[in-house]
Design a protein around this ligand. Structure first.
Ligand code: MV4
Length: 448
């Protein structure tokens, strides 16, 4: 039976994004919402809506029992998790499938493997992806740690196996500090994740974050859709993303993308995924894999013309990939600015009522947002309220258009990061594409 009604287990712009793809395919949608989101645009747009609990995400958007109940009540035959919330929860994926509801996502076993950093790295290595030099799996003792570190050379990085978002990482400059930093890392990991497993890697001092978008059909076929450069981050939150990366040639793209697609084909991966690498001096080093659609997926859509959510739904419905690798053409350049309801200088959240709203428009300008005039941004969730995605034939034209579009955006009533983006797009290093994962935080320190 083909999918006829999708429950969207998410909120905000990504819920709208999924609704739009579904409707274009003739599929009905069911919104779920907390009591704080009763007036949200994702609820208004959907064909059906179910309240799943109070404002706290733990009691609503993360409440598995309530979401499954909502799916049964609304006769949804599939669930799309979006990003964040339950999107990388293997147990949720299993529960969805056990209820004979189609899970629009990867196989639960693959979500689980990639969620464990040590298992993910082991798997990535076996699949032929290039790894950061380091320990072969978890490091149990200080003797073992010293041996590995001496082999790869200092500085090294001690990472928590259950870590994520940079939590539980310690840079160790020399052997004298290894023992104390490793025990600190273990204590922090134990407290944060209830798991003190750590592993060791060579510390890369000034890399870029480059990630490849892949798609698999779950039956041994996979393609890649090129890369995104997400190096401009603050505290592990991406600020601006672009595709293609300013540092890769078409040859390097197809070589590395081919390695990623081959790896995914070999593992029988199903659906959308992102393989994250650090890139330094022309070399790629696998760091982790995200088994979900990502916030920044529209820049890939802009340069390839492929609707990634449509593709996810097709694959979940048992169809083949809609195109082969040879059909994928990369054209032009796209940049996404994440617009947050926050102070552009202090980054303090700025929830509240939107008094005036006008989205930028014109050729090659896309705004993904659930905002409208009169809407109140609730204080309970992520501060990202809109994404501005701009395409141009060249990177230069993309940037010119992006500046124009940022100038057209009107979001009044709350503070937003629009002025930050406008300032960023005047910086020589951003204009030339000469930045690493360190650049943004270094620049913020020197900013007037
Ligand atoms: C690293 C690294 C340097 N060397 N691994 C941060 C979060 C996690 N996803 C991986 N992270 C890093 N791993 C080695 N061997 C530097 C980072 C890192 C980082 C990576 C991507 C984007 C932004 C970052 C900011 C700080 C540190």
């Amino acid at each position: 039976m083909p999918i006829t009604r999708i429950l969207i287990a998410n909120r905000g712009e990504i819920a709208l994004r999924i609704h739009r793809a579904a409707h274009e395919m003739g599929i009905e949608t069911v919104a779920v919402h907390s009591t704080a989101d009763a007036d949200a645009m994702h609820v208004r747009l959907a064909d059906h809506a179910v309240c799943i609990g109070p404002p706290a995400a733990g009691e609503s958007y993360l409440n598995i029992a309530n979401i499954i109940s909502a799916a049964e009540l609304s006769h949804a035959d599939a669930i799309h998790p979006g990003y964040g919330f339950l999107s990388e929860n293997a147990r949720f994926a299993e529960i969805v499938e056990a209820h004979e509801v189609i899970w629009i996502g990867p196989k639960p076993e693959h979500i689980r493997t990639m969620g464990d950093k040590v298992a993910a790295k082991k798997s990535a290595g076996e699949l032929g992806l290039p790894l950061v030099p380091g320990s072969d799996g978890a490091v149990e003792t200080i003797e073992e740690a010293k041996k590995v570190a001496a082999e790869i050379g200092y500085p090294v990085l001690v990472k928590a196996a259950s870590g994520g978002g940079g939590r539980g990482m310690k840079v160790v400059p020399e052997e004298g500090q290894l023992e104390s930093l490793m025990s600190q890392a273990k204590t922090e990991a134990k407290n944060a994740f209830g798991d003190d497993t750590v592993y060791i890697e060579k510390y890369l001092g000034n890399p870029r974050h480059i990630e490849f978008q892949i798609f698999g059909d779950g039956r041994g076929n996979a393609i890649h859709l090129g890369e995104r450069d997400c190096s401009l981050q603050r505290r592990h939150q991406k600020v601006l993303e672009e595709a293609p990366s300013p540092v890769l040639s078409q040859e390097e793209r197809m070589r590395m993308g081919g390695i990623c697609a081959d790896a995914m084909a070999k593992m029988g991966y199903r659906g959308a995924g992102t393989i994250e690498f650090l890139w330094e001096n022309g070399e790629f080093y696998f760091i982790e894999m995200n088994t979900r659609l990502q916030v920044e997926h529209p820049v890939t859509e802009a340069i390839t013309g492929v609707d990634l959510v449509r593709e996810q739904i097709r694959i979940a419905d048992g169809k083949d990939l809609s195109c082969s690798q040879d059909d994928i053409e990369f054209s032009g350049h796209a940049i996404e600015c994440r617009i947050n309801a926050e102070d552009p200088f202090t980054f303090a959240p700025s929830p509240g009522k939107i008094s005036h709203y006008h989205a930028a428009g014109g050729m090659h300008v896309r705004v993904d947002s659930g905002l409208y005039a009169g809407y109140s941004i609730p204080p309970y969730y992520d501060s990202m309220i809109a994404k501005l995605i701009v395409y141009g034939r060249t990177r230069e034209r993309c940037i010119m258009r992006l500046r124009r579009a940022l100038g057209e955006m009107v979001i009044e009533g709350v503070k937003t990061s629009i002025p930050l983006h406008q300032e960023l797009l005047e910086q020589d290093d951003v204009l030339s594409g000469d930045y690493s994962i360190k650049w943004l935080e270094d620049w913020l320190k020197t900013r007037g």
